[in-house]
Design a protein around this ligand. Structure first.
Ligand code: TRP
Length: 360
């Protein structure tokens, strides 16, 4: 039996009651009662292999929360269409991302992982929600405004403007209580809350008002000093990067411009390598800080030390990644199983929605 089926089998035994279990513990208004865990709906757009910015900004948090909440992990593949119609890599990008999720430690037995595009209820709820919000409200969304500016979009599509409406459907279809996100996504979650309220008021109570769970660690700076690590800026360290690659990338990293050669005193507070040390070598930061300031520690040595720390963190992830790379069938099984489980919840919610909307 392959690794995935073995684990899945175990999970089934443990869960015992199976899929009907949640439904039994609801009160009349469809709210979950008692000691049930709160539910998290987390999501990412599939952009291929993940980098350390994704890890510190999202994935690490998801992994930390996976035992204390009931989780659904969504792959927002329809959302990709809002900014690009080139879907030629969509499938590969999805698989690459799921491999990183698994390799980093998300457990698919505990929490379903699924593609939005495979659960058609998202479109139906999206349509209903689109009747509950004005164009004006969507145009005021700062996250979409920033995107329009960054991507130089002259005329926004109807679908792109409705990005947060689809996101609300993603969250509320699973009755997500909490959504782990970075600051930039908070305006979207606010729209989800408004839509939940609006629906409940217009048709009757179905949805919770989801809360953002802000990520603890601030963003990881890019290797070029840009405030954000991002694939399009080419300033990332991938979870899949082998030790030699990490070294090569760090060699080129920007440091304090005033520290030209080894003996020069440096300023750790302006150095991005030091910000990585804070994350990956927390016990050594005191010493690194002092030795950088005194000039005892040169940038090359400091960078190689940082590369080694990052690589020792990445080593087990890379190991697991290799396993899944050569067992792609298992990765597909994870998705198909996740989609089957997500569909059960999505269908149940849409059943309630249809009943409340009373179209027959
Ligand atoms: N908007 C999110 C992003 O850009 C992706 C996303 C889509 C999402 N649907 C979601 C995130 C639902 C959380 C919940 O990263």
């Amino acid at each position: 039996m392959n690794e995935w089926r073995r684990k899945r089998g175990k999970g089934k035994e443990k869960r015992g009651k199976g899929k009907g279990e949640r439904g039994k513990r609801k009160d009349k208004r469809g709210k979950r009662k008692g000691k049930m865990k709160k539910r998290i709906l987390s999501g990412m757009r599939p952009t291929g292999k993940l980098h350390l910015g994704h890890y510190t900004g999202a994935l690490e948090n998801w992994i930390r929360l996976q035992d204390s909440y009931d989780n659904y992990h969504l792959i927002a593949d329809w959302h990709v269409l809002t900014t690009s119609l080139d879907t030629s890599n969509a499938y590969e990008d999805t698989i690459d991302m799921v491999i990183d999720w698994l390799a980093a430690g998300l457990d698919p037995v505990k929490s379903p992982m699924f593609r939005q595009s495979q659960i058609k209820e998202h479109t139906e709820l999206h349509l209903i929600f689109s009747m509950l919000i004005t164009v004006n409200r969507l145009e005021r969304n700062p996250t979409v405004k920033d995107q329009i500016r960054d991507l130089n979009i002259e005329n926004i599509t109807y679908g792109h403007l409705g990005y947060p409406v689809l996101q609300a459907a993603d969250i509320l279809l699973y009755k997500g209580d909490c959504v782990p996100v970075g600051e930039d996504q908070v305006p979207h979650i606010e729209i989800s809350r408004e839509l939940a309220r609006k629906f409940n008021f217009a048709f009757g109570h179905v949805f919770p008002e989801p809360e953002p769970l802000l990520t603890q660690f601030s963003r990881l700076v890019g290797l070029d000093g840009n405030a954000k690590m991002s694939k399009s800026l080419g300033n990332t360290i991938l979870l899949a990067d082998e030790a030699e690659v990490v070294k090569g990338k760090l060699k080129k990293a920007v440091t304090d411009p005033q520290k030209m050669r080894k003996g020069d005193p440096g300023r750790p507070e302006v150095c991005l390598v030091f910000s990585y040390h804070k994350k990956y070598s927390p016990e050594e930061t005191g010493e690194i800080d002092a030795d950088c300031r005194s000039g005892k520690l040169g940038c090359v040595d400091c960078k190689m030390r940082c590369a080694a720390m990052i690589s020792s963190f990445l080593e087990p992830i890379i190991e697991k990644r290799k396993y899944y790379e050569s067992h792609r069938g298992e990765v597909m099984d994870v998705l198909l199983d996740g989609e089957r489980r997500a569909r059960v919840t999505a269908e149940a919610t849409m059943g309630e929605v249809r009943e409340k909307v009373r179209l027959g």
